[in-house]
Design a binder for this molecule. Sequence first.
Ligand code: SF4
Length: 438
Amino acid sequence: MDTKRQAFLKRFSEGSVNKDDFSLLEAVGEYYEKNAKEASHCFSRYELAKSRLVFYKHKVVSSLTDYLTDFETGMAISGTKVIYVKDAEEAVNEISKLIEKDRNIFINRDRLIEEIALASFLSKKNIQFHDSRFSDFPYQVLPYPASSFWQMIAKKLNIDDIQNQPNQLLSLYKSQLLESAFKDAIYVSGADFIVSDPAAVVILENEGIGNLLSAFCKKHVIVAGIDQMIASISELDYFTSLYAAHVQGNLSVWNQTLFFGPKKATEADGPDEMYVILIDNGRTRLLKEEFQRSVFHCIHCGACTALCPVFKHVNSSHGQLSGPLDCVISPIRDGFENSGFMAFACTLCGKCSEICPSRINFQEIILYNRKEAVEKNAFSVFTRQHIKLLKRMMLKQKVLDSPYHRFILKVAFKNRFGKQKEFPDFKKKSFHIIWKGI
Ligand code: SF4
C-alpha cells in the first residue's frame, strides 16, 4: 500500500539534492510570479475575463458528451480519425499501431505525451524515435545558459563550444531537423485545446518546430484529453489570452496553430493523415466527484506548479507532474488506497489558488482529499495505529508535562515526520503549567 508513497519520498530526496535543478525551478517560479502580477494589467477587466473562462468551462463540463460527439463528427468530416482510449496503456497501444517502424518518428514530449509515458513505451519496444522538443519554455526565456540542458543539446549537435547562444543552437537544431524530418515522418504531439464548433485541435508552442513537423510530416498523431474541450472557436481567445498572460506576462501566444484536419488536395502543406487520440485516463471519474471536479477547469498554464514549493523538490529533472494538480488528481485516478498520501504532500501555502486563472480552490479540495484519504484508510494499519497512539499521547496533559514522556515521544515518533523534518520541540513548561503559575 505504501510503495507509491515510498517512491514519492525517494523522488523528493533525490530531487532536493540536485542544486542546479532546484535553482532553475526557483527562477521559473519567480518568473511565473512576476508574470501573474502583470497578467492582471493585460486585461481591462481581468476578474471578468477569469469569470468568463470559468463560465465557459462550466458550460462544457455540463454537456461534455454532446461537445465530444460534435467534435468527433466534425473531425471525421474533415478526414481525421478520432480514437477514444480509456487509459495510458490503451493510448500507447493505439499509437504503436499507427507507427511504422521504418519511418522517421518524432515525438514532442509535452504534458500529454509524458502522461501516457510514450517515450519509455517506445524505448521498451526498441522503436527508434527523435525528440522534437528543442527546449522547454523556461529554458528559452531564462538566463540560464550554463544549464545541463544546453550542454545536452550542444552534445546532441556535436558542438564543443558551449558558449554558443541559445538562439544559435536553436537555428542549428532546426536546420538539422529540416534535413531529416521530411522523409515520410510521423509526428506525435499533445494538444493544448480541442474545439467543438467548428471541430479543431489547437496547439501552442514556443519554438515552432512542431509547426514545421506538422506541415511536412506524412502522419500527425495528436493526443488530447477530454478535459481540453472548448465549446466554440469564438471562446478560444479567452483561453489563449489567459494562458499567455499567466505564462509570459503578455497576451501574445508564441505559435498558435489550429488543425482542422489533414492536408486537402488544394493545400501545399500539412500531413496526409491525421489522428486524434482522445484520452480519458481517470478524467470521467474526476467529473463524478463533486468537490474535485473543478480541476476540470484547468487550462494547464503551469503557474500553480511553477510556484509550488513541494514541486521544486519533487520534480527536478524527473519530468513528472507533481504540482497541486497531481495532489488532487492522483488519488481519484489511481484510487485513495494507492495515492491518497498525495493529499498530504502539500503545505497548504495557497500560492496555487491565488495565481490560478481558472479560480481553482486547491486548499479546499486538498483538505477534502485528506478527509477522504483518512476515511478510505489510505495508509497502512501500522501507520494508522502509530498516528492514533501519537494523538492519544498528545492529548494527555501528564505526558506533555513530563520531560521523560516527552523524550519517549520524540524517540518513538521521530521517523513519522520524515527525514527532512525534526519532531517539533516541546516547551519546557507547557501552557497548562504556566497558566497555573507552577
Ligand atoms: S490549475 Fe490553474 S494555475 Fe494550475 S495549471 Fe491549471 S489553470 Fe494554471
